[in-house]
Each structure stands twice: as C-alpha cells, then as structure tokens.
Design a protein around this ligand. Structure first.
Ligand SMILES: Nc1ncnc2c1ncn2[C@@H]1O[C@H](COP(=O)(O)OP(=O)(O)OP(=O)(O)O)[C@@H](O)[C@H]1O
Ligand SMILES: [Mg+2]
Length: 290
C-alpha cells in the first residue's frame, strides 16, 4: 500500500496554501508539524479527496484518488480539524449514522460501534452530544474515523482538547491501530508526535521544510542546544537575543534552554536535542506561517 503525493499544490488566490509537495508514504505513522496557516489542513483535505488540488495529484497505489470515488472512501478514515457533531444524537446514534453513510451493513455497524465506544470509553454514556466536553467530542471523532477499519487514516489535530491522560490513551490507541496502515496526523503538540510518529514532516509556508525519521532529524541540531543558568534580569536579555526553548526558575535563578549555533556563553553547557528544539530552530519566532 502506498500513498503518493505528486507535486501537490493548492492556491487560494493570491495565496499558495500548499506549494508543490511530493512524498511517498508507505504504512507507518506520519506526524505533520507546522505553525498556524502552514497548510496542514489544506494538505490533509487534498489527501482525503475533499479538496481538489490546483495542480498535482494524490495517488493511491498508483491511481489518482479523485477518480477512485467510493473505492478510496472505503479505505479512508478522516477526523477533520473542525469536527462537527449532531448535537441531538447520542454517541451511539451518531456512530450508527456515520456507519450508514459509509455503507456499513447494519449488523457489522452495531458490532464495530460497540467496540469503538468501548475503546474511546463512551460506551456507558447515553447523553446527547450537546452535553459532551471537548475531550468527549474528540474521542467520538476518533471513533467515527475508525468505523470502517481504514487503511489510510487522516487525523487533523486529534489531540486538541484532550487532557494529558486522554492524550496518552489516544496515542496508545493510534499506535495499536497503526500496524500496517498509513496514519497521518497533524498536531501542535510536539510530544504527541515524538511519542507515536515514525516520521515527521515539518511544514512551513506550504512546503515540507524537513522530512524523515525523528532521531535522524533531531540529530541535525545536535550541538546547538545549550543550558545556561542566569539571574532573572539576565534571562530577560537572553530572551530578546536568542531562541529560548525552555525556561525554568530555580532558587531565584533561571535555567534557560537555548538554541544556538555557537556556545552562547562560556558557562553554557551542551544538552541533548529534542524534537521541540528542532521545531523552534526552524520557527524561532511567532512568525513562520506567513
Ligand atoms: N478555503 C480557503 N479559502 C481561502 N484561503 C484558505 C482556505 N483554506 C485555507 N486557506 C489559507 O491557506 C493557508 C493554509 O491554511 P491551513 O488551514 O491549511 O493551515 P494549517 O496549517 O492547517 O493551520 P492551523 O495550524 O491553524 O490549523 C492559510 O493562509 C489559510 O488562510
Ligand atoms: Mg489546520
């Protein structure tokens, strides 16, 4: 199974949201990281065949998905970023409704819905969706994406709104599910990607700035991450001049984690790089998207 992106491009005139992206995805978990507006959702919508590319194509096993119709939809699961639910349905009713839309036979739909409600811990919940918390809605969104056992699973910020415990549970769920599937997920939570993705795509201004296995990418900034202990006053000055990826207070002193090509000062000690450092290395300011 292979999903191939061939010079995929989307214009929202005068802007290019996705700019000539090519990649080949075989089974595995892929994490999409990028600032707001980088083009993640636009890319994912094209991967799902919901949005037509301005040019380029998405190929599933060599065939353009736009010509595959229900054959592609049958193997696709999608959790949109703005997942809308039906407020007057219960979780169970909602899953049965989506299962019907996906063309699942009723008996199989009941069985799969119950399995999934159990997995996302909504099986005992008979409440209407309008009363759900953000986390419960998100869990229901994940369940509906898995209804047809998709071979290609596209999740747009699936952990948004989940508390830390639920995030861990979600990550385990995806890791268990992934196996021989192609899973693509976007998130702003770097630790989620670090925990479950085999490969990461760092997206900036509609392009893939970097792509590859996480240890390999993180290795590229090895020797550029430093720890420095300074006074509170000095810390403010450092923050204005260098990229600080973390800051913690300890006994009236401040321990800064700094990303810098050179040793920032003689008492700075080198430390091991992480994916978050790599992200900040490429997105040093709040800018980055535009
Ligand atoms: N339907 C649309 N019409 C016009 N412009 C759009 C449309 N959809 C997206 N854009 C623009 O395309 C760019 C990429 O948007 P997109 O939603 O793909 O980014 P994103 O990486 O998903 O951002 P976020 O992290 O905030 O979800 C943005 O500049 C956005 O304003
Ligand atoms: Mg988005």
């Amino acid at each position: 199974m292979e999903l191939s992106l061939d010079r995929l491009t989307k214009h929202f005139a005068p802007k290019i949201a996705v700019d000539c992206i090519s990649a080949k995805l075989s089974p595995g978990v892929y994490g999409l990281l990028g600032a707001n507006g980088a083009g993640k959702t636009t890319l994912m919508r094209m991967l799902c065949g919901i949005l037509e590319p301005s040019s380029g194509e998405v190929l599933f096993d060599g065939r353009n998905i736009m010509g595959m119709g229900s054959r592609y939809r049958n193997i696709l699961g999608y959790l949109p970023q703005d997942f809308g639910c039906y407020p007057d349905y219960t979780a169970r009713e909602f899953l049965m409704y989506i299962a019907a839309l996906k063309g699942l036979p009723r008996r199989a739909a009941i069985k799969r819905s119950e399995e999934l409600l159990n997995i996302v811990d909504l099986d005992a919940c008979g409440k209407k969706i309008r009363t759900f918390s953000g986390g419960m809605r998100q869990r229901l969104g994940i369940a509906q994406a898995l209804l047809n056992n998709p071979g290609v699973l596209v999740l747009d910020e699936p952990t948004a709104g989940l508390d830390p415990k639920e995030r861990v549970r979600f990550r385990n769920l995806i890791a268990d599910y992934a196996g021989d599937k192609i899973v693509i997920l976007s998130t702003h939570i770097v630790s989620d990607i670090e925990a479950i993705a085999d490969e990461v795509f760092l997206m900036k201004k509609g392009r893939f700035l970097l792509q590859g296995a996480i240890p390999e990418l993180v290795q590229r900034i090895s020797g550029k991450v430093w720890e420095l202990t300074v006074s509170e006053q000095e810390a403010r000055k450092w923050e204005e001049t260098v990229t600080v990826s973390n800051l913690r207070h300890s006994n009236e002193q401040v321990i800064l984690r700094i990303i810098s090509e050179e040793q920032p000062s003689l008492n700075a000690v080198p430390c091991e790089a992480a994916l978050e450092d790599l992200y900040l290395y490429h997105f040093p300011t709040a800018e980055g998207a535009e």
